[in-house]
Write a protein that binds this ligand. Structure first.
Ligand code: MF3
Ligand code: CO
Length: 275
């Protein structure tokens, strides 16, 4: 695809649109923090989902995920070997589990999307996996700058993860976001020349991206649950982690939208630089 055609497919948001995207992103950040504070042994994933949905609606927004291609909940909550798209249910969390929470908010015509992964209670399990995955998000975000090609994000994430002995999931990608939750471009967490046409996209101010590394302790291979059609698990049953932010490309650093305290430039995000 010609470069200019590729770039025309990806929206560049006006100042007015960016204000709305900031509100949606902040609601996502607030909701993620609320849920994070309630993660403890004995709490069910459905209870966490209800907490999230109530907050999103109290803020005048709608959960982006609910009803998306028939998805039944406001959040995706994934335990241990579940990579993404875990459906909340009556399962109670247990000490030492790795739990990921992913959610979106739709407000005034625009979406925000974010995720984190943490451990339940006091446990050393998965700590390195969590640090590597969060680090991969930060390293990828650092490449999300005007003038860079999209593949620089993909390459930076992959290098960070694989050099530490972990594997990136290849069957799922990050994405553009705005009036729809999933818009062009696709943002793979690995580079394989020619596999994605968006690799060569030149990033420009006003583009809004949801960057989301999914990292496995074992094989990169994943499989979708045949019964529910959603739950994505590692093929070998090993642990997986996932972090996501929605960001705006600017003239300098990316502006991170999915924070409870409101949008911040990347280097001002708490914990940046600890990768
Ligand atoms: N956060 C996911 C993503 O970025 C979306 C979850 S799929 C849904 O693609 F069906 F749950 F919405
Ligand atoms: Co996403």
């Amino acid at each position: 695809m010609a470069q200019e055609v590729r770039e025309r497919r990806v929206a560049r948001r006006s100042a007015d649109e960016l204000e709305k995207l900031k509100v949606a992103g902040q609601i996502v950040g607030e909701t993620l923090d609320l849920v994070r504070a309630q993660i403890a042994p004995g709490v069910t994933t459905l209870e966490l989902d209800k907490l999230a949905e109530d907050h999103i609606r109290a803020r005048g927004a709608v959960p982006s995920f609910k009803g998306y291609r028939g998805y039944p909940a406001a959040t995706c909550i994934q335990i241990d070997d579940v990579v993404v798209h875990g459906i909340p249910d009556e399962t109670a969390l247990e000490v030492g589990q790795i739990v990921g929470v992913d959610l979106g908010a739709y407000c005034d015509g625009y979406h925000g999307d974010g995720a984190f992964t943490t451990v339940v209670g006091q446990s050393e399990k998965g700590q390195e996996l969590l640090a590597v995955t969060r680090g991969a998000l930060m390293i990828g975000l650092a490449e999300a700058r005007a003038g860079n090609r999209l593949k620089q994000i993909s390459q930076a994430v992959q290098e960070h993860v694989e050099s530490r002995g972990y594997n990136v999931v290849r069957q799922l990608t990050g994405h553009g976001i705005g009036q729809k939750m999933h818009e062009p471009p696709q943002i793979p967490n690995f580079y394989s020349r020619g596999e994605f046409e968006d690799y060569e996209l030149v990033l420009q101010p006003g583009m809004v991206l949801a960057i989301e590394p999914m990292v496995n302790a074992g094989t990169a291979q994943v499989q979708v649950d045949e019964e529910d059609g959603w739950t994505v698990r590692t093929a070998d049953g090993e642990l997986s982690a996932h972090f996501e932010h929605t960001v705006v490309i600017t003239d300098s650093e990316p502006l991170v939208l999915t924070l409870a305290e409101g949008a911040k430039l990347l280097s001002d995000v708490p914990g940046y630089g600890q990768a």
